[in-house]
Design a protein around this ligand. Sequence first.
Ligand SMILES: Cc1cc2nc3c(=O)[nH]c(=O)nc-3n(C[C@H](O)[C@H](O)[C@H](O)COP(=O)(O)OP(=O)(O)OC[C@H]3O[C@@H](n4cnc5c(N)ncnc54)[C@H](O)[C@@H]3O)c2cc1C
Length: 480
Amino acid sequence: MKDISRRTLLKGIFATSVVVGFDLTARAWVTQASTGGAFAQLPPLDGTLTTDPASLAAAADDFGHIIHRTPVAVLRPGSVEDIVKLVRFAREHNIRVAGRGKGHTAFGQSQAEAGVVIDMTTLNQIHSVGTDAAVVDAGVVWRDLLLATIPAGLTPPVLTDYTRLTIAGTLSVGGVGGRSYLHGAQVDNVLELQVVTGEGELVTCSESSNPGLFEAALAGLGLCAVIVRATVRLVPARERARTQRFFYPDAPSLLADLRFLVGAERFDHIQGLSVATPGGFAFFIEATSFYTSPAELPANPTGGLSFIPGSQQTEDSTYFEHTDRVVQLIDQLNAAGLGGFPHPWLDLFVPGSKVDDFASRTIASLDASLLLPGSLILFYAFVRSRLKRPLLRVPEEEVFFLFDILRTIPHEAIEPVIAENRRLYEESRDLGGKCYTISAVPVGHHDWVKHFQPFWGRLVSEKHRHDPDNVLSPGTGVFA
Ligand SMILES: Cc1cc2nc3c(=O)[nH]c(=O)nc-3n(C[C@H](O)[C@H](O)[C@H](O)COP(=O)(O)OP(=O)(O)OC[C@H]3O[C@@H](n4cnc5c(N)ncnc54)[C@H](O)[C@@H]3O)c2cc1C
């Protein structure tokens, strides 16, 4: 049955919104207030399954504010067992289910038209912080994990710029940052997962136990299983962060120094940035050293670099303040009323040999008049041999870059900007690039097959094995 017609049938109007069952004839949820005829009883839950309009509207939106697919119910699990029960129930009754963390993907990835969205943020316990790993629920946000590990002198090796994202949300896409050139992605720093498969089985997986499912879950967009718990690696944290900022006239000169810094491994965290200014785009690198004693700082931080003479700036902060810089920025943008504008973010992994020309042309072609405050271009460097997980698809070259075009735009510009995203996606793909799956770009089944090659066959067999009825992750359109 098509999702849209199923939604019409399922919708029903409920006087109270806590769901107790499912009417098999009307294909409608039954709430406490609407019980009457025969219906399939939902097993008792520790949390709640709700149909209240505010919850449905929130689950039909995401950070992009572009795609809106309304589910028929939202599960707020009170336990892992609730997810097992819901997935089994959904499978039995042909209802689709999506896991959702903070909903910070940009194009409906965490949504489920006429299905059920599982709000994972109610599972948010940090179970343990050991000397080299932490065990956390899927819905814990990285920032809360950091607040627990820093007092113990520990940190996850790789953090996303913004840390108010859930552990399982970033592990379902990859999770990359300014330390990825040294430590890979967040998915490379996971020791074990607990997942609920599309068959409703609770399974523990790792590199040595159920490795196929482990690989399918990491950067796997929730296609085969819902991640419910993760054991993530921790490394010693330094107390402070010193950031050097270097300015450049253009993208190629910035990229040349980023390449140099990848080889030099002089800084703990590196990132290229570009922002629109009244005089055109400004380009700069932020290179950060983490340290406790000043003796740990690089002796000659600027040696070999070719930035604009005299443009260097230095900032010092605590380690936590460094990890929190984008949280502060997003809070400011939200306070200024910019959070509700569309964010058609496009994130492209581009081969190192192609990125200079592609990024220069792309930036020159952007319509700066459409860029609202907070819009940003980012460059992250990667060394391919440090990435191990097959489903995080990246270019073949050993050094490549993530080129992010992070636009905040007026509502009326959505259509042309999404069309432009599609064009840039195709152009980068023709150059050997891959799209980071968080992006706001329309993609169909054939695009996904190409995207996951040469692992498409493996993904399909894991899907058939663990989610044979295609219950999970409708919002991605991978298995439409
Ligand atoms: C301001 C900002 C900054 C960002 N910075 C970075 C960055 O530096 N590096 C980076 O890599 N990314 C970055 N991102 C992107 C971010 O990593 C992804 O959007 C990530 O998926 C968001 O996590 P979330 O908790 O919001 O997940 P959601 O958007 O809720 O979910 C993401 C995907 O995972 C699935 N999913 C969610 N939870 C589960 C689960 N428990 N089990 C299985 N599947 C699940 C969803 O269905 C969806 O397909 C940024 C995003 C924003 C908005």
